[in-house]
Design a protein around this ligand. Structure first.
Ligand code: 89V
Length: 334
C-alpha cells in the first residue's frame, strides 16, 4: 500500500501523542512538522517549518493534521481547503459555532474531507459499554449519567487551558457530549449550569448538563475543580445507564458491570498499553490509535469515519447550546 504522507501543524504538548498514535497506524507517514516556533518542530526528525504555506508548497502532503490550539483551527482548515488538501483537526473544532460551520462549509465546497480527532468515544471502556447497550441486554435505556469529575491538575500540562474564556465545556464537554450523542443519539433539548471555582483561570471549570435524548435523559457532569476526591481516576469517564431490563456501569479502574435479572457480571475493560503513552493519560492516549485508524480508512476512500467534521458539528451545537442555556438559565430546544 502506498503510504499516505501527512504534514502536521503544531508541535505542542499534544503533538507527541498524536504523532506517536499515527506511527501505530499502518500505511501512514509523517513527512513534515510545522510550528510558529520552528525549534519545537525539529524534535520529530522530519523536515521542520515555521510557515504552513511554505510547508505545503515544498512537501505536497496527502493530508494535513492540525494539532494547534483552537484559535488557529479555522484559518488552518481553510488553508487546507484552499489547497484542496484533506485535513484532520483536533477538538474542539472551533471557538464559535459560526467558525465550526464555516470550516465544514469550506471543506465541503473544496470537495476535501474534514475529519476530527475526537478520540474519547474510541476509549476501550466506552467501546465496551457501547457494545453492551447495542446488544439490548439491559433493554431500552431511560436514564444515564456520564461523569468526568477530576481533581487532576490539568493546567500543569496544558497551561493554555487556563487562558480559555470558555473552558470545560469546550475542552472536555466536546468529548463528553460527543460520547452522549454516540451512546444515546441526538438531544432534543439541553439545560446547563456552569461554575468557576478556581481563581487563577479565565473560564468555567465545572459544568452540569441535562440532555433530553428520548427515550433517554442524560446527565453529564464535568469538573476540574482540583479538590480532593474519593474516586479520582483521571481521565476515566464513569457512566451509569438504567434500562428497562437492567443497568450498566463503568466504574473506576476500567471495570464494566452489567446487572440483569440473572445478577451482576463485572469485568475489566482496560485500554491497550503503549510505551509512548503518558501513564497518567493512558485511557485517552491509547484511544488516539483506533480513532486515527478510522480516519486513515476514510482518507484512503475505504469508508466514512465516525468523527467527520459534519458529525462533529452536532457536538459543537450541543456545546454552544449548553453555554447559551447556562447564560440565560433556560432549557434550549434544538
Ligand atoms: O484529551 C483532552 O482533550 C485533554 C484533556 C483530557 C486534559 O481534557 O485536553
Amino acid at each position: 500500500m502506498t503510504p499516505l504522507r501527512f504534514a502536521a501543524i503544531g508541535a505542542g504538548f499534544w503533538a507527541d501523542y498524536q504523532l506517536a498514535g499515527w506511527r501505530e497506524v499502518p500505511g501512514v507517514a509523517c513527512v513534515a512538522v510545522c510550528d510558529r516556533d520552528q525549534a519545537k518542530a525539529e524534535r520529530f526528525g522530519v523536515p521542520a517549518f515555521d510557515d504552513p504555506e511554505r510547508m505545503i508548497a515544498e512537501v505536497k502532503p496527502d493530508f494535513l493534521d492540525v494539532i494547534t490550539g483552537v484559535e488557529s483551527h479555522r484559518s488552518l482548515v481553510e488553508l487546507a481547503a484552499k489547497h484542496r488538501i484533506p485535513v484532520v483537526c483536533q477538538k474542539p473544532l472551533a471557538p464559535t459555532l459560526a467558525d465550526a460551520e464555516a470550516m465544514v462549509a469550506a471543506c465541503r465546497a473544496a470537495g476535501v474531507p474534514l475529519l476530527v480527532n475526537e478520540n474519547w468515544r474510541w476509549q476501550t471502556p466506552l467501546r465496551e459499554l457501547h457494545r453492551v447497550l447495542e446488544s439490548g441486554v439491559i433493554g431500552t435505556p431511560f436514564r444515564a449519567r456520564i461523569d468526568m469529575i477530576s481533581g487532576f491538575p490539568v493546567f500543569m500540562n496544558q497551561p493554555a487551558l487556563a487562558e480559555l474564556e470558555q473552558f470545560i465545556l469546550t475542552d472536555l464537554g466536546s468529548h463528553t457530549l460527543d460520547v452522549a450523542r454516540w451512546l444515546f443519539g441526538e438531544a432534543r433539548s439541553v439545560y446547563c449550569t456552569t461554575r468557576r471555582t478556581l481563581p487563577n483561570i479565565k473560564g468555567e471549570n465545572v459544568a452540569t448538563v441535562v440532555l433530553e435524548a428520548r427515550p433517554t435523559t442524560v446527565l453529564v457532569q464535568m469538573a476540574y475543580a482540583q479538590n480532593p476526591l474519593e474516586r479520582e481516576c483521571f481521565p476515566e469517564t464513569l457512566v451509569f445507564v438504567e434500562g428497562d431490563r437492567g443497568s450498566a456501569e463503568l466504574c473506576p479502574g476500567c471495570v464494566l458491570k452489567v446487572t440483569t435479572a440473572d445478577g451482576t457480571l463485572a469485568r475489566r475493560v482496560p485500554p491497550p498499553q503503549y510505551p509512548w503513552a503518558n501513564p497518567a493519560y493512558a485511557v485517552v492516549h491509547s484511544s488516539v490509535v483506533p480513532c486515527l485508524t478510522d480516519l486513515a480508512k476514510h482518507l484512503r476512500g475505504e469508508g466514512t469515519a465516525d468523527t467527520t467534521g459534519e458529525d462533529n458539528l452536532n457536538t459543537a451545537r450541543l456545546v454552544f447550546a449548553a453555554y447559551e442555556s447556562a447564560a440565560v438559565n433556560r432549557v434550549i430546544h434544538l
